[in-house]
Design a protein around this ligand. Structure first.
Ligand SMILES: [Zn+2]
Length: 766
């Protein structure tokens, strides 16, 4: 390949960005990350609106800010003409000129010239064209493009590339353009004056020829620019080709760099681009189409100029939170379709309002995709998105079906991803030579919530000191994890719905089940000495009950093992005066656990079915304040027989389903959390047995979710593992519905089918 300087001899390039990868979809190639740029953090994936001539058509920068936009696009070509480089230099760049304190990305100007100016010709030197003002011959070189972008001061600048329409039949010309783009990248790198504050992105070219794209990826990646763009697409190529090119390129690009697909703006293209592993997109379409009266909504576009909207007094999009759609009572403008219909034909304000909505729609679509990726439910998100857009399965365009079926590298969707599949078997996993049976990947497995949260903490977590002196990586209040405590099935002989009780005992590492169970029963007994547990071989509280530790926290007067009024005491004797672990507290304080059982039996609709271990009065006399501090219970009746209004008929409620919401203020992801999940799942099972209900869902809310630094390596090993099915748990007691929660024994719980990966050693920080 004829490139200018072999990359090995080039000096390394500085970067003015940080790319933090938080989560990867376990089915598609979608990723969620944060791009930290000089003018603030940008959540990815993102759609970047185009602000032509330093003003988004119809929007002020204040309004653009209101849409939540963190990064917008400016055109170098337009800024270079007006106000021109001298003014930009005098003012100190486009941020100051425009009063925009967030991030800007500028294109190189080349595409604008080629697309706007018919007379442009490309030579090795640069793009030659005639000035649209006075017809004088001009030349845009890579050096000039970078110099202009340096004057603009944009946070991301693009290399000048040689752009050929992907639909061009001239393969030789496409090849030439691809190689020239690499040579021009070298010239751009050499010309770039401010790599420490502006990030230069290369642009992968190569038309629709995947081999050429691969070659180009290899060359460009070797230049190590802070970010990478895939160019030359959305020029009218077939969607299948678009998908193949994006998929091929993302498969070859480094994971730790942002990937930008240029010129893409249709919602379905954005979502497909995300599924194929791209992070950033831009397009003038959403703003341009607004000027024609088109609103972008989940079902497609609405042309509000159409007569049918004349008396449609709904917002542009029901439930949209943009300032146009939001009702007046909620601080929005409460604009109706009818009003926009009235304006659309003649008033620019109509275009302006629709632009606000359209930009907001695409930004929030990307935001929802991001959240879905973080929570590892992106396949379901994809399914809903395409269902909204196309409705019936038969309406799905072929390219969507093909792309989702995963005919491309690395994308091996499960049946869940496919909106159109009719249980077509996937032939991809039939040939395996590994000695051991590989564990099939199931993206719907609830354990992925835990694994993804660890991934996110490892990449995004803030490094902080902690009470134990070990140090952690931490994030605050991640999305809740939800674990099903039963699996419904229908008895084939009786036709009655049954529920198999499930224990979410994590499987990517063996959880010490006996300890979980023993500790839970110890809590329930109200005991506050660690000695009985220790004697039973459960040493988890020994550290906090040791002489040294008690002395250290000012409890020297306590006997060894006396932990003070910790969990069990608060559950059973909240408010009683604590003396020591030996005192009999019968009848003292509030028995919260008994209250819970009473309410579940007598008034399952009670909104105060709560158990709190957090008692500020007792905090100083506890060896350790509670981490899992608060539980609320809730009873659902999903099997009730209801009429059309949803009212239950003839008292046929069916059995209640018992849900538990656990609040944990401090969560040690490595050792503690697997334990806590199992513990509250078992508690819910126990309560469901005592009050004869179906175990429902455990919802786990975390405050400070952290990984101890000395657990990092072990957890990195664990997150590589595939979870297997959670076990069932059977309760071997005859007193279902008796309300009895005291005196239970470990042997009364039978856990069936727990086949975890092997244990991983982790040290407990005391
Ligand atoms: Zn809206």
């Amino acid at each position: 390949m004829s490139t200018a300087t072999p990359p090995a001899t080039r000096k390394p390039m500085p970067s003015a960005l940080t790319f933090d990868l938080h989560a990867k979809c376990s089915t598609t190639k979608a990723r969620a990350s944060t791009l930290r740029l000089p003018h603030g953090d940008v959540p990815l994936p993102i759609f970047m609106p185009v602000a032509t001539q330093a003003s988004l058509k119809g929007l002020t920068y204040d309004q653009l800010r209101q849409t939540g936009c963190q990064l917008c696009l400016n055109n170098t070509y337009h800024l270079g003409l007006k106000p021109g480089q001298a003014v930009l230099d005098a003012v100190g760049g486009a941020h100051k000129l425009q009063g925009w304190d967030r991030n800007i990305l500028t294109d190189s100007g080349g595409f604008q010239m080629v697309s706007l100016l018919k007379l442009a010709t490309v030579t090795e030197e640069g793009v030659r064209f005639l000035s649209p003002h006075d017809g004088t011959p001009m030349l845009l070189t890579p050096e000039h493009s970078i110099s202009l972008q340096n004057s603009i001061g944009s946070d991301i600048i693009m290399q000048l590339d040689d752009v050929i329409a992907t639909t061009s039949p001239d393969q030789a010309r496409i090849h030439e353009a691809m190689e020239r783009s690499v040579r021009w990248l070298d010239r751009c790198i050499d010309a770039h004056k401010y790599p420490e504050r502006q990030n230069l992105f290369c642009i992968i070219q190569g038309g629709l020829d995947l081999e050429m794209r691969k070659q180009c990826c290899e060359e460009m990646v070797a230049r190590d620019t802070p970010g990478i763009a895939i160019g030359g697409l959305s020029g009218g190529e077939a969607k299948e080709d678009f998908c193949k090119v994006v998929d091929t390129c993302t498969g070859l690009l480094p994971e730790k760099k942002p990937r930008y697909v240029m010129g893409v703006g249709y919602p379905e293209d954005l979502i497909m681009g995300v599924a194929l592993g791209a992070d950033m997109f831009d397009c003038v379409w959403p703003t341009r189409t607004a000027r024609f009266g088109n609103a972008v909504v989940p079902t497609g576009t609405l042309n509000l100029r159409h007569r049918s909207f004349a008396e449609d007094f709904r917002p542009v999009q029901e439930g949209c939170t943009c300032s146009i759609c939001l009702p007046k009572e909620q601080g929005g403008l409460g604009i109706t379709r009818a009003y926009l219909h009235h304006l659309a034909a003649k008033e620019t304000v109509g275009a302006h309002l629709l632009t606000m909505h359209n930009v907001h729609y695409l930004l929030s679509l990307m935001g929802s995709a991001r959240q879905a990726i973080i929570e590892d439910r992106f396949p379901a998100f994809l399914r809903d998105f395409f269902k909204n857009l196309y409705g019936e399965k038969t309406n799905y365009p072929e390219w969507v079906v093909t792309a989702l079926r995963g005919n491309y590298n690395n994308m091996s969707p499960s049946a869940e991803t496919l909106p159109t599949q009719e249980s077509t078997p996937q032939p991809t996993t039939t040939t395996t030579t590994t000695p051991q049976e590989p564990i099939p990947h199931d993206p719907t497995h609830e354990e992925h919530q835990y694994l993804n949260l660890i991934r996110r903490i490892l990449s995004e977590g803030e490094h902080r000191p902690d009470r134990t002196g070990t140090g952690t990586r931490s994030i605050f209040a991640p999305p809740q994890m939800r674990f099903s405590l039963s699996k419904p099935s229908t008895n084939t002989t009786t036709g009655i719905k049954e529920y198999a009780p499930i224990l979410p005992l994590l499987t990517t590492k063996r959880v010490f089940l006996r300890a979980v169970l023993a500790e839970l029963l110890w809590f329930i007994s109200g005991t506050t000495s660690s000695l009985p547990l220790s004697e039973a071989g459960i040493k988890i509280w020994d550290g906090n009950g040791s002489r040294e530790y008690l002395d250290k926290v000012g409890l020297s007067h306590r006997e060894v093992g006396d932990l003070g009024p910790v969990y069990g005491f608060q559950w059973r004797h909240f408010g009683a005066e604590y003396v020591d672990a030996k005192t009999d507290y019968s009848g003292q304080g509030v028995d919260q656990l008994a209250e819970v059982v009473k309410k579940l039996k007598e008034n399952p609709f009670d909104r105060r079915i709560i158990m709190s271990a957090w008692n500020p009065k007792d905090m100083r006399i506890m060896a350790l304040p509670p981490c899992h501090m608060f539980a609320q219970f809730y009873v659902r009746f999903p099997d009730a027989k209801r009429d059309e209004e949803g009212v239950v008929r003839d008292g046929e409620w069916g059995r209640g389903h018992l849900d538990c919401l656990l609040y944990q203020r401090s969560a040690d992801m490595g050792l503690g959390v697997p334990f806590n999940i199992a513990s509250y799942a078992l508690l819910t099972h126990l309560l469901a047995h005592a009050v004869d209900m179906v175990p429902g869902t455990l919802v786990h809310t975390l405050g400070d979710a952290h990984v101890y630094l000395d657990h990092v390596d072990a957890l990195k090993e664990q997150i590589e593992r595939e979870p297997v099915a959670f076990p069932e748990v059977r309760i071997k007691r005859e007193d279902r519905g008796s309300g009895v929660v005291d005196g239970w024994k470990e042997e009364e719980f039978e856990v069936i089918g727990y086949k975890p990966h092997k244990a991983i050693k982790m040290k407990m920080s005391v």
